[in-house]
Design a protein around this ligand. Structure first.
Ligand code: FAD
Length: 321
């Protein structure tokens, strides 16, 4: 039996957004204007490029909001001879775009490079590699905007923000942070970014600079395969809740706080688990509705169990892929 907590929370009011101005049947034609490596010092194991696209000739111009995504149609056909399906990419730019006028959107694209399991030949993801290969001046077919919920609320100053990211899941938080700071919002903005190695951090210089410049911005990294610069051992994003509990537990106990999670599918499991361990029930209930039967053995939670027994409230925004 799944019981609901007595606290019913409609969640914050979200801004209106427009969606699907371009569809796969009527895509807009963007033009690539830049493609920059966005890992640290080009020494990362993976390849991630922030690809900037001029959308001034499309319906997307000025019509997207930080936190939304857009679609990309790679040319060619799949193994069934059908045109490649649209793939979604999160905007990494502010609502007014990379150019300040809403005409240039951007996204960090991670090349999907793997081996086929059966014959260990090279497996290259279609659209991520297509996008990363594009050069300034190249045209690209776009759809969108997509997404109506992974957004900063309509009254941003009424909330504090805990952003939790892994990998390219950092994208929306760059744009959201730009929007909040540009609007002079004085709320607490805490970002925890997880990556395997320090060299895999994305937009690291930007977030460091913002944290230095703005008292209300906190940038915390969680490196899973290296000890941390601040003396802690190897950490995943959720391990920071315990390692930094002096600052994070009070933040999570504060009624103003909203949690945004973006990145690898399944990352929410460990985050929910850690919240259940550290927060008193009345504070946990603001974010999660948990079946009381599973509260006794939080260590046993896995992805399947969480899916069936833990439901995020409207104060939690989740975009995992
Ligand atoms: C809302 C949203 C936002 C996103 N934002 C971003 C973003 O900002 N940046 C980003 O880089 N991505 C993002 N993605 C992911 C993106 O949409 C694509 O899924 C990703 O780029 C891979 O697409 P691809 O065409 O390169 O790979 P595909 O050609 O689609 O290949 C991936 C598929 O192949 C399968 N596969 C993987 N490895 C192998 C293998 N070794 N052998 C056989 N099959 C395999 C996988 O199961 C998967 O189904 C987002 C996704 C969503 C839903």
């Amino acid at each position: 039996m799944t019981t609901t907590n007595d606290r019913t929370d409609a969640g914050p009011e979200l801004p209106d957004v427009v969606m699907n101005l371009h569809t796969p049947k009527s895509p807009g034609m963007g033009v690539v204007v830049a493609s920059d490596v966005c890992t640290v010092k080009k020494k990362a194991a993976g390849f991630v490029r922030n690809v900037s696209i001029d959308v001034s000739g499309t319906e997307l111009a000025g019509k997207f909001k930080a936190g939304q995504a857009f679609g990309v149609l790679a040319p060619g056909t799949d193994e069934k001879g059908k045109p490649h399906k649209v793939r979604l990419y999160s905007l990494s730019c502010a609502t007014n775009g990379e150019d300040g006028k809403g005409n240039v959107i951007a996204t960090p694209v991670k090349r999907l490079i793997d081996e086929h399991e059966d014959d260990h030949s090279l497996f290259l993801g279609v659209t991520s590699n297509y996008l990363c290969d594009l050069k300034p001046g190249d045209e690209v077919k776009l759809t969108g905007p997509n997404g109506r919920r992974f957004l900063i609320p309509a009254k941003p100053e009424e909330h504090d923000y805990l952003f939790l990211a892994t990998g390219t899941g950092i994208a929306p938080f760059r744009g959201m942070m730009m929007d909040l700071l540009e609007q002079g919002v004085n709320s607490q903005i805490t970002l925890i970014m997880g990556s395997p190695y320090t060299t895999d951090l994305l937009f690291d210089d930007y977030f460091r600079e913002m944290a230095e410049k703005h008292e209300n911005v906190r940038y915390i990294t969680a490196i899973s395969r290296e000890p941390q610069a601040d003396g802690h051992g190897k950490l995943y994003v959720q391990d920071r809740f315990a390692a930094n509990q002096d600052e994070l537990v009070p933040m999570l106990s504060n009624e103003r706080t909203l949690i945004y999670v973006c990145g690898l599918a399944g990352m929410e499991t460990g985050i929910y688990q850690q919240m259940a361990r550290l927060l008193p029930p009345e504070h946990l209930a603001r974010y999660l509705t948990v079946n009381p039967e599973v509260m006794g053995d939080v260590d046993a939670w896995d992805r399947q169990l969480v899916k069936q027994n833990v439901k995020p409230t409207k104060r939690v925004f989740l975009e995992v892929y």
